[in-house]
Write a protein that binds this ligand. Structure first.
Ligand SMILES: [Zn+2]
Ligand SMILES: [Zn+2]
Length: 632
């Protein structure tokens, strides 16, 4: 076949397959003929050639491209199966473009070319013996990972070289550990100077620095270096001397555990997060399983048994086709049990990829053998992930199921967090692995895609339901202030009629006392005439119960939220007066709080009046005619 390349040269390609059966075929694979030279050399055209399709007009010796020795166009090659003793026929001859098939470098620089016992000049690709030999030689230490030449790139080759020199130095380091140090080097008294101590610390540090190097490599190279190192240091053992060093990594067994944990954590992370092919992951897993684990590390033997992302059960759970996490296949039961570290990694990745719904489905069913308590914390994030998926309504219900409600484990901060998310349909931009992180972030809050803020009614019902199941939220003053700020809107609400205020007492009481189920049922009629006022009174009624139950501190910020709706505060005093003793002590608490507050400008004049009136010793608590409303 002929083709022109630019205007300068003609490349004549021979079809390699044609020579399939003739290994000694002397046709070169590629010849380059420079056109200009050809013109100069001229040449007669044989008349007979004019009749052919392909006309040979010039003839010239071609420049020879690099080739394997067995392909040499100049020196004939004689193939044999596995002759390594001495060159067969003229196989030792080479042109200046002959390459050694085994070393993959110029034959002239091959040190084993005619070396008896490993004679490379006889090698060729049609012999299984020589092909294996080539693989071993080119793969080097990578062969033990069952990698093939097609897996190898420059990063892996680099990793192999680093691993090789690491192994040599590690052997030296370990043997000097085994020799121990004389105690005199530690400056102890002469009588015991002849004793030896064995300090693994330098070996530990050497391995650590190699793992640091691995961290900086390309993903696959890093995995190979980590596991390659582990294979070696796992073989180390501790030697105890008379004296034991207190430094943490002086003991080989303890240091090995720390190192292995580091390797496992890194490789697990790669298996979940990196873009590895399933084949490559299986090779890493198989390599790891072949380790000789000492008894104390046996429990880590399965640490790299991580489900791939294309695992049938995992995929069906993520897609919502399997909601049990259990799959039965030909009588075998597969349960979605994962190591906790792996759960965390998947949680991290799915958040990065904004696959929140899949993450929720996964967390609902996944089980762990270890760290059940920690798993609970991650599962408590499901409502947050539902929010991030844009479904605030479902998020709200998932906080308050009838059993084991995540809201029952709220801290006040977490309650305030969700209240803000529901009210604004915004959330901080961050990836989390437990609820506490939601509250301790500086991340900017951004609108949640497709989410609609919840209106007052569901917000209030949510807050009241949380107060029922979570005493931390019920008790906390800040939670009350924030909730009241939601219903005490900035603009003053119109004063409702006295009749409404009066009737509201019974309605609010019955709503709050209704303990059937965890839900809060608000009768429709209550919301028809004064809907906003009704919500305010409902929360105020709940606050009344809170104040009656125990001291509330600080109380001023809570009461301050009523400044635009003094009528509601009056309604609160009225409700509190059902328990005169408690009202008296509450007012005392308030006046103490006022005295200790220097920032008096913030205080409401109406509150001062009320408190001083009610706190005065001459006051008659039981006098119904001077009910609290009269004082405002
Ligand atoms: Zn050659
Ligand atoms: Zn060679």
């Amino acid at each position: 076949m002929c083709t022109t390349v630019g205007t300068e040269e003609i490349i004549i390609l021979s079809d390699d397959e044609d020579c399939e059966d003739d290994i000694s075929c002397n046709e070169p694979s590629v010849l380059i003929v420079e056109v200009e030279d050809v013109k100069k050399s001229g040449g007669a055209v044989p008349p007979s050639a004019l009749d052919e399709d392909l006309v040979i007009t010039f003839s010239r010796r071609a420049e020879v491209l690099p080739h394997a020795r067995y392909d040499c166009p100049i020196h004939p090659f004689t193939p044999t199966d596995c002759e390594i003793g001495a060159p067969v026929a003229a196989n030792q001859l080479m042109c200046d473009q002959c390459f050694c098939y085994i070393c993959d470098k110029l034959a002239s620089s091959c040190e084993m070319w005619c070396h008896s016992g490993v004679c490379h000049c006889n090698s060729h690709k049609r012999s299984e013996f020589w092909s294996n030999h080539r693989n071993c030689s080119l793969l080097g230490g990578l062969k033990t990972f069952n990698l093939t030449l097609s897996d190898i790139d420059s990063h892996l080759r680099q990793a192999e070289m680093m691993l090789h020199s690491f192994r040599l130095s590690l052997a030296t380091q370990f043997s000097s550990f085994l020799m121990g140090n004389m105690l005199e080097q530690y400056g102890v008294s002469q009588s015991i100077q002849k004793c030896r101590v064995f300090d693994y610390t330098p070996v530990y540090e050497f391995v650590s620095s190699f793992l640091n190097k691995a961290d900086k490599q390309d993903d696959r190279a890093a995995a190979i270096m980590r596991l390659g190192a582990a294979e070696n240091f796992l073989l180390h053992f501790h030697v105890s001397g008379t004296f034991i060093l207190q430094s943490p990594m002086a003991n080989a067994a303890e240091a090995k555990l720390v190192l292995l944990q580091r390797v496992i954590a890194s490789v697990q992370r790669q298996m979940v997060m990196a873009d590895f092919t399933p084949e490559f992951i299986h090779k890493l897993q198989d390599f790891y399983k072949r380790f000789n684990f000492p008894t104390e590390l046996k429990s880590m033997k399965n640490s790299l048994t991580v489900r791939l992302w294309d695992d049938v059960l995992l995929v069906s759970v993520l897609k919502g086709q399997n909601v049990s996490g259990i799959r039965k296949d030909k009588g075998k039961k597969d349960v979605l049990v994962e190591q906790f570290a792996v759960v965390l990694l998947r949680t991290e990745l799915l958040q990065q990829q904004h696959r929140y719904r899949e993450l929720c489905r996964y967390l609902r069913v996944v089980e762990t053998d270890d760290s059940k308590l920690s798993l609970q914390k991650v599962q408590d994030l499901i409502p947050f992930f539902m929010c991030m998926a844009g479904d605030l309504g479902s998020a709200l219900s998932s906080l308050l199921p009838s059993v084991n409600a995540p809201a029952s484990r709220f801290t006040p901060q977490l309650f305030l967090f969700y209240l803000r998310v529901f009210k604004t349909a915004t959330a901080p931009k961050l990836a989390v692995s437990q609820p506490a992180q939601l509250c301790s972030t500086d991340a900017a809050w951004e609108p949640i895609k497709d989410a609609v803020p919840l209106s007052h009614v569901p917000l209030v019902r949510f807050a009241l339901r949380v107060q029922r199941c979570c005493s931390a939220v019920f008790t906390d003053s800040q939670c009350w202030t924030t909730l009241l700020a939601v219903v005490n809107t900035l603009a003053p609400l119109q004063d409702p009629s006295p009749q409404f205020l009066q009737e509201a007492k019974d309605v609010v009481t019955s709503i709050l006392n209704d303990q059937h189920g965890s839900n809060i049922q608000i009768p429709r009629f209550f919301q028809t005439v004064y809907p906003d006022q009704a919500m305010l009174l409902l929360v105020t009624g709940a606050l009344c119960l809170r104040i009656l139950s125990a001291p509330l501190s600080p109380a001023l910020p809570v009461l301050n939220t009523f400044k635009e709706n003094v009528w509601a505060l009056g309604w609160l005093w009225g409700s509190l007066s059902s328990s005169p003793e408690r009202l008296r002590s509450f007012l005392l608490e308030i006046s103490k709080e006022m005295e200790s507050t220097t920032d008096g400008d913030h205080l409401l004049p109406f509150l001062c009046t009320t408190v001083s009136t009610w706190s005065s010793p001459t006051d008659n608590w039981d006098q119904q005619s001077s009910g609290p409303l009269n004082y405002l």
